[in-house]
Design a protein around this ligand. Structure first.
Ligand SMILES: [Zn+2]
Length: 439
């Protein structure tokens, strides 16, 4: 009698992203209890599966990990484009957020974002926003794995009133959502410019005490570095060292305006950088010194940032763009080869989030978070190198199936847990309310 398992994905090209970066053909993946039980040769071995997906003519890879986003900003897509970051934030985003920060708005916009991420092959996100319970419920409903951090910033009460209770809040949320294996919570001090020194010191203390991962914007613009020097007499990374954050495991979004000296400090600490090329280009923030980060050995991964500054959640496009941009900048077509870029989007991102023992590669024992890319279209054939395909040829359009924690959340391009047509209608109705708020 063959052993019974929950799900089998049969056939295709498997990018394991394991230690030897093995690429397997004509195998099957047996999934049980949310984890990968076995990757086997179906001619030699059998399992009885409750469900099965034929993945012949597909690439199977670890689900993409989006290391920095703001899920509820999906409803701000295209609302205020072609503006400087400062104007964009102060005249549009922050006033709107002040008026709309209600449970209903955040919940619905986050659900839209979570569903959209799944359609882009993303299986885990690290998100920073407000109202963590609303975002958690949305991710859970869509079936998206998430680490959610409440943005801590001065002026809206999140820093001043909550400062001593920051850690307890994270622990409470972990406890109240403990039944959902998809969810985790962390601490997200927004940025150097949005938090006081006192707040950053407190956040560092709390994170160290409870072993909580930190998630923060860093050195996104030139102005931010200038202000940091003016106010604190230090460059951003040195300032983070002073307040006690740098020595703690953290994911820094952007990291555009860091110099080699700061990058060296980051390399000597448990710091990862989430590259947001699309957002940085659109807001003309700049281009991060990727070659220098690599040279000094800083862990790197990719992120979409929020939809308001991107304007999509297409992580595959993000990888493609980043690889080409830095090849050109370094005048070297061999810079950031495709297999390396895929590794950054999966295993290195899992390392950044402190979950590489559970995710980031397809191996027995790891969580069954899998992205299945179709090779059926004209634009996908022929295939000589599957890594090259993932980075330069395939896009969100080819994301066919997505499995998260062993559950099929996207099947043949259709969301399994939420009604896409309903999400589209809800987004349209929010547009009217948002325009009214803007006056
Ligand atoms: Zn951001």
């Amino acid at each position: 009698m063959p052993a019974q398992v929950d799900l089998i994905l049969r056939g295709g090209t498997i990018l394991t992203l394991d230690r030897d970066l093995r690429v397997l053909e004509d195998r099957a993946i047996a999934i049980d209890g949310g984890r990968i039980l076995d990757i086997f040769d179906p001619r030699a071995k059998q399992y009885a599966a409750r469900q099965e997906i034929d993945t012949a003519n597909c690439i199977l890879m670890p689900g993409l990990i989006n290391a920095h986003s703001h899920l509820p900003m999906t409803y701000f897509r295209g609302l205020a484009d072609d503006l400087p970051l400062e104007t964009w934030l102060r005249d549009y985003i922050w006033p709107l957020e002040a008026k709309l920060m209600k449970h209903e708005f955040i919940g619905q916009a986050a659900l839209h974002g979570a569903a959209e991420m799944i359609k882009n092959g993303i299986t885990q996100v690290q998100d920073m926003y407000f109202d963590m319970p609303a975002i958690a419920a949305a991710c859970s409903q869509a079936g998206l794995r998430a680490i959610i951090g409440e943005a801590v910033l001065e002026g809206n009460g999140s820093a001043e009133q909550a400062r001593p209770a920051l850690g307890e809040k994270v622990l409470e949320l972990r406890q109240s959502f403990a039944a959902d294996p998809l969810l985790d919570f962390n601490l997200a001090p927004h940025s150097i410019y949005a938090c006081s020194e006192k707040t950053l010191v407190q956040v560092a203390k709390v994170a160290a005490e409870h072993g909580i991962l930190l998630h923060m914007h860093l050195a996104e613009t030139r102005g931010e570095v200038r202000d940091c020097l003016k106010e604190h007499g230090l460059k951003p990374v040195h300032y983070l060292q002073k307040v006690g954050i740098l020595e703690l495991p953290a994911v820094y979004a952007h990291g555009v305006w860091t110099d080699p000296d700061e990058i060296g400090l980051m390399a000597a600490n448990p710091a990862s950088v989430a590259i947001c090329s699309d957002s940085n280009l659109k807001l003309a923030s700049g281009i991060l010194p990727l070659a220098e980060y690599q040279r000094q050995g800083v862990n790197l991964c990719f992120a979409t940032d929020g939809v308001a500054s991107n304007n999509n959640l297409d992580l595959l496009a993000e990888i493609d763009l980043t690889a080409k941009l830095h090849k050109a900048l370094n005048s070297d077509p061999a810079f950031l080869p495709a297999a390396r870029a895929v590794q950054m989007a999966t295993l290195d991102a899992a390392k950044a989030l402190g979950v590489a023992d559970r995710r980031g590669s397809l191996e027995p024992g790891k969580d069954a978070d899998i992205c299945v890319l179709s090779l059926a279209g004209l634009e996908c054939q022929p295939v000589y190198n599957p890594y090259s395909h993932v980075v330069y040829t395939l896009g969100a359009k080819q994301v066919r199936d997505v499995v998260i924690a062993g559950e099929i959340v996207l099947r043949q391009g259709r969301l399994a847990k939420v009604d896409e047509a309903e999400l589209v209608e809800t987004a349209k109705s929010w547009k009217q309310r948002i325009l009214k708020e803007l006056g």
